[in-house]
Design a protein around this ligand. Structure first.
Ligand code: BEZ
Length: 235
């Protein structure tokens, strides 16, 4: 049993399949999300302050993620009625940083059995053996895990960064580029390193005019913000 707590998918793996009960009905994962990006994320417990601030933020940004063809799915090791009561409390009573009357419309998985949490390595016994840490799995439309993040219990996530990750992964796929540190749409992007001595020389000789080469292995090019967002965002 203990060993299972440490099993986790890796980047590039197919997302492990599971069936679950959620606040929006039954779920078959990841097949219910085929064709969409998904962020599957865990939180330690319902009715806790950091998690409440996270849910309010994520719910407020849900439409923004949906426009990028990305669905949100939450999970904690709590039961369905706890989830329902917590989401009702958030909507009816909690006001935080200008957010109020927040309706959490994305599904929240009940995982009292820890079936999903164990499959995804969301339980880290050094932190807690009964609560999931703040894990994030970004899964692409083919059901492949593309990014994994883990935060401890005390640290709320940065949801702008999660959005940046989704956009950057899609930009990398759409334009066959890589994105440098702190990239945001409109910033220069990185092209594949030269694969031959000839290409390296050509690049350093300035033969590929749209490139800006810092050295033969590190060339960037412009990629307009509108071009990126038009390709990625739905109207
Ligand atoms: C919170 O979400 O506030 C929280 C949850 C578990 C441990 C510590 C904080």
């Amino acid at each position: 049993m203990e060993e299972q707590a440490f099993s986790m998918p890796r980047i590039g793996d197919k997302a492990p399949e599971f069936k679950a009960i959620t606040t929006q009905g039954d779920m078959n994962f990841p097949s219910d999300f085929s064709g969409s990006w998904v962020i599957l994320f865990s939180h330690p417990a319902d009715f806790t302050p950091v998690c409440t601030s996270e849910f309010m933020t994520f719910a407020t940004m849900e439409e923004q993620f949906n426009k990028a063809n990305c669905k949100l799915v939450g999970l904690s090791i709590d039961g369905l009625y706890s989830h329902i009561a917590w989401l009702r409390t958030i909507k009816e009573k909690i006001e935080y940083k200008g957010m109020k009357d927040v309706d959490v419309k994305f599904p929240l998985i009940e995982d009292i059995s820890m079936n999903v949490a164990k499959k995804y390595g969301m339980v880290m016994p050094g932190e807690s053996s009964t609560q999931a840490v703040r894990a994030v799995f970004v899964i692409d439309p083919e059901g492949v895990v593309r990014t994994i993040l883990y935060y401890p219990l005390s640290l709320g996530r940065n949801f702008d960064e999660l959005y940046r990750i989704v956009i950057a992964l899609q930009a990398a796929d759409e334009f066959e580029i890589a994105t440098p540190a702190d990239w945001r749409p409109g910033d220069d992007v990185i092209i594949s390193p030269a694969g031959s001595c000839g290409t390296a020389k050509d690049r350093m000789d300035g033969k590929e005019e749209d490139l800006d080469c810092k050295d033969w292995f590190f060339c960037t090019k412009k990629l307009d913000k509108d071009t990126v967002l038009k390709r990625i965002l739905k109207n």
